[in-house]
Write a protein that binds this ligand. Structure first.
Ligand SMILES: Cc1cc2nc3c(=O)[nH]c(=O)nc-3n(C[C@H](O)[C@H](O)[C@H](O)COP(=O)(O)O)c2cc1C
Length: 197
């Protein structure tokens, strides 16, 4: 069945049924650190000693530049109660504010910022990048990690949307529409450049 047969609303409803983890990604390059919130994260290997992750980062974000320049990033898993970190890292840009101010921050073995108060983390080294117009899908080797405790409830998208205060949900929606307009143009340009036949 295609989207034409079921309609745009059905596609959106199907995509909303997914409930991805909400990750906090950090990176650093040339003595500058940065980070953002991302849900576009996928385990990309079944080989235990060759772990890989794919992360989709939009080119307009400051953090994209840091990952592109350094080829390194750390992905943090958040606890279900850490929605204030979503406000801090996912709803403003490092271009305007120091997102790390007053947080306890260490360093990963390869030099990325690691937040101390999180559920767990993975350090990654970029192996390749697929330019999709709006985003780069970075394929990365996972080089280090700190696992979450077995009984910890992780922050996921549906939990974020149900626990966020009304004012935060409204701002999330506004920013999604703003970024979506930028991404729409970038995807259209990419499709025009890559169209075959
Ligand atoms: C719940 C949520 C999920 C997000 N997922 C992604 C994502 O998968 N990829 C991405 O590039 N941006 C994503 N963002 C947007 C960035 O986190 C956000 O624009 C951030 O403020 C960029 O900051 P920077 O300019 O300092 O890099 C998401 C934001 C939120 C709130």
């Amino acid at each position: 069945m295609t989207s034409h047969e079921t309609g745009d609303a059905a596609v959106q409803q199907t995509l909303r049924a997914l409930d991805p983890e909400v990750w906090l990604l950090t990176s650093a390059a040339d003595h500058e650190r940065g980070g953002l919130i991302c849900t576009s994260v996928m385990n990309a290997s079944i080989v235990p000693d060759m772990p890989r992750i794919v992360v989709g980062l939009a080119r307009q974000h400051r953090t994209w530049q840091l990952v592109d320049a350094s080829g390194r990033f750390v992905l943090h898993l958040l606890r279900a109660d850490q929605i204030e970190l979503v406000r801090r890292f996912g709803m403003q840009s490092q271009r305007d504010v120091d997102k790390f101010a007053e947080l306890e921050v260490g360093r990963s073995p390869e030099g990325c910022p690691v937040l101390r108060d999180v559920a767990g983390w993975l350090e990654c080294r970029v192996e390749s990048g697929l330019d999709a117009g709006d985003r780069t899908h970075f394929l990365a080797e996972v080089t280090n990690g700190s696992p979450p405790a077995a009984d910890i409830a992780l922050l996921r998208m549906q939990g974020l949307l149900t626990t966020a205060p009304d004012e935060m949900r409204a701002e999330l929606k506004r920013q999604l529409e703003r970024d979506g307009a930028i991404d729409r143009q970038a995807i259209s340009a990419w499709r025009a450049a890559h169209r075959t036949g």
